[in-house]
Ligand binder design. Structure first.
Ligand code: KIV
Length: 287
């Protein structure tokens, strides 16, 4: 049970009210068991479309579907009861019109039970789409700067803010998302000096990733922080080496199987002798 079980779940307005206060702690989650571990430590869990690259081996997030996001959103909601759970809208699910965005976002909230969605909306219609959703009861987290869903236009994942025009565009998109009612804004992959400028310009808290410690909060892809991959982006700090831990465990298991050291007596059932204690359904053990 989470140590927060008797406190109500954090809401989108709670996050918005944290502007300029204690840093907002956010991580990505895609599965129930990992969400359960992260939940007591986080204010917000993002079911990011990074799930496509992290769990499904896709080269980028463009191939992620609404069905994938809903399935992982449902799993995270089963594991977390404290943090605000936000589900990313995948590429192709919101760009055509505000009506399309509303229909798909409403489906996400209904089918997952999550309380908010995130959209990598950009361009002149960004405010209109966000306002359309907020006015109809859907809390929206904006996302500006490096937008991974735009990889095919940009050519590669590339930090933003090299030119005056690029900085002005990111700042304008953050302002538009803010004015339209976004409860928070992810600022990803921008020049270190641009992130505090955005943070000062908007009323919504900014959540940085590859941005600046001067944002109102931070987010990382959990699997990067845990060291599950050979390569991580420059802005990631690794807090563990799970790849090494898994590698060692798999090698030890393989050696035990090959040497017939596994399973040992304690790991097998001996039936037909003494009566076995009946396993009660739901006792938490598998098998
Ligand atoms: O998809 C994702 O995980 C994200 C975060 C990195 C902000 O958008």
């Amino acid at each position: 049970m989470s140590r927060h079980a008797d406190t109500p779940r954090i809401t989108a307005p709670d996050i918005r009210a944290r502007k300029g206060g204690d840093p907002i702690v956010c991580l990505t989650a895609y599965t129930a068991p990992v969400a359960k571990i992260l939940d007591p430590h986080c204010d917000l869990l993002l079911v990011g479309d990074s799930v496509g690259m992290v769990l499904h081996g896709l080269p980028n997030t463009v191939g992620v579907t609404l069905e994938m996001m809903i399935m992982h959103g449902q799993a995270v909601m089963r594991g977390a009861d404290h943090a605000l759970v936000v589900v990313d809208m995948p590429f192709g699910s919101f760009e055509a019109s505000a009506e399309q965005a509303f229909a798909n976002a409403a489906r996400v909230l209904k089918e997952t039970g999550a309380q908010a969605i995130k959209m990598e909306a950009s361009g002149p219609n960004i405010g209109e789409t966000i306002r359309f959703l907020v006015d109809r009861g859907i809390p929206v987290m904006g996302h500006v700067g490096l937008r991974p869903q735009a990889v095919n236009v940009d050519g590669r994942f590339r930090a933003k803010g090299r030119t005056r025009e690029e900085r002005a565009r990111v700042l304008a998109e953050a302002r538009a998302a803010d004015e339209a009612g976004a409860f928070a804004i992810v600022v990803e992959g921008v020049d270190e000096a641009l992130a505090p400028e955005i943070t000062a310009a908007v009323k919504a808290p900014t959540i940085g990733i590859g941005a600046s410690a001067k944002c109102d909060g931070q987010i990382l892809v959990t699997d990067d922080l845990l060291g599950l991959f050979e390569w991580t982006p420059k802005f990631v700090r690794r807090y563990a080496d799970l790849k090494g831990v898994i590698d060692k465990a798999a090698a030890a298991y393989a050696a035990d199987v090959r040497a017939r050291r596994f399973p040992a007596a304690a790991e097998t059932y001996v039936l037909g002798g003494k009566p076995q204690r009946r396993r009660v359904a739901g006792d938490g053990k598998r098998g």
